[in-house]
Design a protein around this ligand. Structure first.
Ligand code: ASP
Length: 329
C-alpha cells in the first residue's frame, strides 16, 4: 500500500510540474509495428495504461498499429515524425535485426531515434498446429525432415522476431529450405492461421503463445532461451533448443521505447521518468509475468544503457542473420 502511495505521489508531481507544456491535451501515440492483439501490441496497450497512470492520469495514449515489412514501415514513420514527444515507437528486437536483412532501410537505428528505455524481455516458444502428429521436439524435428518442402512456417515479416527465430532454428537444424515462409502483419493473425491449421508451425513470444498452449489449441515443442523456464508453471518442463542438441541456441526478445531524433531533452526526460514509474506498477508487472515476460531492471531503462544494448544486439545479430539468411530490398 505504502509503495502504491509513493508511486501515486511521484506520478502527480511528475505530471503537474510539466502540465503547462508536455503532453498538454494532445494524445501520445504509441506506434506499434505489428497487428493488434499480438505480443508487441499487447505490451503497448498495457504500457499505455500504466504510463497514463504514471503521468498522473492526465495524459492520453493511443496505440497505432502500422504493420508490414517486419516492423520497418512503423520505424520509418516514427523516424520521420515531428520530434515533439507525441509520436513514439514501441519496437522489439526487430530494431536490431532489420539492418542486416534490408538493403534499403530508410532509417538508421542508432542515429535517427532518441532512446527512452527498455521495457521487458520475453522468451519464445516453437509451436505447431494442433493436428501435427508429433508430440515432442524429437518427433517434431523428424517430422520436419520427413516432410521437407511440404510445410509452412508463419512469421510477422522479414526481420520480425518470429522470422528471426525461424531463420536461426532452420539454420541450426540444417533445414534452411525445408519450409515455405508465410508472412503476416503480426503474429496475432498468424496465430489464428496456426490454430485453424492453415499453417504448420511458428516461433513466437510467450506473451502470445501461453494462452493458446494452455488451452491446447497449439502444440509446444521447445523454448528458445538458453535455460529452461523453471519458474514458469506452464512451460517449466518444455525443453530448451539447447537441451535438444542445438548448441548455443539462445534467443530472447526485448522491447524498448523510442522517440524521433531531435525530441527536446526535457520531453525525453519526462517520458523516461514516466516509463520508469510505469515499469514499477504492480498491475503492469503482474500482467507481464503472467504471460512469461520479465520487466527490466531500472538501470536498463536508462537511455544510454538502452542504446548501448541495441548497439550490441546489432553487432551480435548481423553475423547470425548473414549465416542463416535470405534478404529483402
Ligand atoms: N511477435 C511478432 C514478431 O514475430 C510481432 C507481433 O507482435 O505481432 O515479431
Amino acid at each position: 500500500m505504502k509503495r502504491l502511495l509513493v508511486l501515486a505521489a511521484a506520478a502527480v508531481s511528475l505530471f503537474s510540474a510539466n502540465a503547462q507544456t508536455f503532453p498538454g491535451t494532445k494524445p501520445i501515440s504509441f506506434v506499434v509495428p505489428f497487428a493488434a492483439g499480438g505480443p508487441t501490441d499487447r505490451v503497448a496497450r498495457d504500457l499505455a495504461e500504466a504510463m497514463r497512470k504514471s503521468m498522473g492520469g492526465g495524459a492520453n495514449f493511443v496505440v497505432e498499429n502500422v504493420n508490414g515489412a517486419g516492423g520497418t514501415i512503423a520505424a520509418t514513420k516514427v523516424a520521420k515524425s515531428a520530434p515533439d514527444g507525441h509520436t513514439l515507437l514501441l519496437h522489439h528486437i526487430g530494431m536490431a535485426s532489420a539492418p542486416a536483412l534490408y538493403r534499403k532501410l530508410q532509417y538508421k537505428p542508432l542515429d535517427d531515434f532518441e532512446y527512452l528505455g527498455m521495457i521487458n524481455e520475453v522468451p519464445m516458444t516453437l509451436i505447431g498446429k494442433p493436428q501435427l502428429v508429433a508430440n515432442n521436439y524429437r518427433d517434431f524435428e523428424n517430422y520436419i525432415r520427413a516432410n521437407a518442402g511440404k510445410l509452412n512456417i508463419a512469421h510477422a515479416g522479414l526481420g520480425s522476431a518470429s522470422h528471426l527465430c525461424g531463420l536461426m532454428w532452420q539454420s541450426a537444424i540444417n533445414a534452411k529450405d525445408a519450409m515455405t515462409t508465410i508472412p503476416f502483419g503480426g503474429t496475432a493473425p498468424a496465430m489464428n492461421a496456426l490454430v485453424g491449421g492453415q499453417v504448420d508451425l511458428m516461433c513466437d513470444q510467450t506473451t502470445n503463445t501461453s494462452g493458446q498452449i494452455e488451452a491446447g489449441r497449439v502444440k509446444v515443442f521447445a523454448v528458445t532461451t538458453a535455460k529452461p523456464l523453471s519458474s514458469n508453471k506452464l512451460l517449466k518442463d518444455v525443453p530448451t533448443l539447447q537441451e535438444m542438441g542445438l548448441k548455443g541456441f539462445d534467443l530472447t526478445i526485448w522491447h524498448g521505447l523510442y522517440a524521433p531524433k531531435g525530441t527536446p531533452p526535457a520531453v525525453l526526460a519526462q517520458i523516461n521518468a514516466a516509463l520508469k514509474l510505469a515499469l514499477k506498477d504492480p498491475e503492469f508487472i503482474k500482467k507481464q509475468e503472467g504471460l512469461g515476460a520479465v520487466v527490466v531492471a531500472d538501470k536498463r531503462v536508462e537511455p544510454a544503457m538502452h542504446k548501448a544494448f541495441v548497439a550490441s544486439e546489432l553487432s551480435k545479430l548481423k553475423p547470425v542473420i548473414e549465416a542463416a539468411g535470405k534478404f529483402a530490398d
